[in-house]
Design a protein around this ligand. Structure first.
Ligand SMILES: Cc1cc2nc3c(=O)[nH]c(=O)nc-3n(C[C@H](O)[C@H](O)[C@H](O)COP(=O)(O)O)c2cc1C
Ligand SMILES: Nc1ncnc2c1ncn2[C@@H]1O[C@H](COP(=O)(O)OP(=O)(O)O)[C@@H](O)[C@H]1O
Length: 315
């Protein structure tokens, strides 16, 4: 996949690029609704015998237009790029979302970011908007197209009558129902980070834990214990994870929760390794225990619960 970063103004002209079918969207989460849009573009491209492309925007419009700092991404940009690449599209445009870009009139957006990129067919979801104040919609697209390209609108995808959207999935992850979030994403929700040193207490209580430090932009499930998998050095292991503040030991809440994974059937030293943690099922809330022995026996129960979730015999 070829990656092209665009910022306003860009100077691509039609003749600089091959003809293509373009899927447009913000695509945070690359969920099953997004996948449908991207796969539709691929299908049309295949039928026409031309390139398939995706256009996405970064950062989130709210960061730029409402100066929101704390926007949490289901998939930060590098993760989004990786997932789109896995869908085997030929080309990905990442458009820098700036105030200048947001100020483009709908016709200017269509001229510069669709027609001038040699797009022959545009695909987007039913509620895609473009141009200043999102005034351009899938209804106005034929008028702005100057008959230079066709378009396909992907209808609303729902689950239990609710629109499958990044907003819904954020809500579901925040509620802790990672199992349902995974269904809507079409894959497990994951975070990628680095194994850092902790208090070295884990090994003394019989449950060493890899402390995974992730970038602040990730949307994390709420504090608590989860059945997880973790990819270390390209290999996937199952485990049980606590996200939280370890109130049994810590009087003060740290600035951000720690993510600690006890990996099953694993003994290696993995400090500084890059790992990805996937959330499968919430087991319980984090608790403050009266003593370490109570914590240890609860962690043993958590381990059984996670093993049972993964379908392993526990006796
Ligand atoms: C499955 C699991 C569940 C945990 N649950 C709690 C909990 O409810 N309350 C708590 O204070 N700490 C909990 N912990 C965190 C432990 O206190 C922590 O792993 C231990 O202190 C080791 O920390 P260290 O890796 O920094 O050495 C849990 C850890 C694991 C692996
Ligand atoms: N089964 C395991 N699960 C997680 N980490 C393990 C495991 N076995 C060994 N380790 C290693 O031990 C470290 C965790 O030990 P721990 O005493 O909890 O130390 P720390 O407080 O630094 O996390 C991990 O970062 C990893 O390098």
């Amino acid at each position: 996949m070829k990656l092209i970063k665009l910022s306003q103004p860009h100077n691509f002209m039609k003749q600089d690029l091959d003809e293509m079918v373009l899927a447009l969207g913000y695509f945070d989460g690359v969920h099953i609704g997004h996948q449908k849009v991207i796969l539709k573009a691929k299908e049309i491209a295949k039928n026409l015998g031309i390139k398939s492309a995706v256009m996405t925007f970064n950062p989130h419009p709210l960061v730029v237009l409402r100066n929101q700092e704390g926007i949490d991404y289901i998939t930060p940009l590098d993760e989004k790029i990786r997932l789109i690449e896995e869908l085997n599209v030929d080309l990905l445009f990442v458009v820098e979302f700036t105030k200048d870009f947001a100020a483009l009139l709908p016709q200017q957006f269509v001229d510069d970011y669709i027609i001038n990129l040699n797009v022959k067919h545009a695909v987007a979801g039913f509620d895609f908007t473009y141009g200043h104040l999102g005034k351009g919609t899938m209804e106005t697209l034929p008028f702005h197209s100057r008959e230079q390209f066709f378009h396909t609108t992907v209808e609303k995808q729902t689950d239990h009558d609710r629109k499958i959207s990044s907003t819904l999935i954020r809500e579901v992850i925040r509620s802790g129902d990672v199992t349902y979030a995974n269904k809507l994403l079409g894959r497990p929700h994951s975070v990628t980070g680095t194994v850092v040193h902790g208090d070295k207490r884990g090994r003394t209580i019989g449950f060493p834990t890899a402390n995974v430090e992730v970038s602040d932009v990730y949307l994390l499930p709420p504090t608590g214990v989860y059945a997880v998998s973790i990819i270390v050095n390209g290999q996937e292991y199952e485990g049980v994870c606590n996200i939280g503040y370890k109130p049994t030991f810590n009087k003060e809440k740290s600035a951000k929760p720690s993510i600690e994974v006890h990996i099953f059937d694993f003994q290696n030293e993995i400090y500084e390794e890059k790992v990805s943690v996937s959330w499968f099922k919430r087991i319980r809330s984090e608790q403050k225990f009266h003593n370490v022995d109570e914590l240890i026996s609860q962690i043993a129960n958590d381990k059984v619960a996670a093993l049972q979730y993964f379908g392993k015999k526990t006796v």
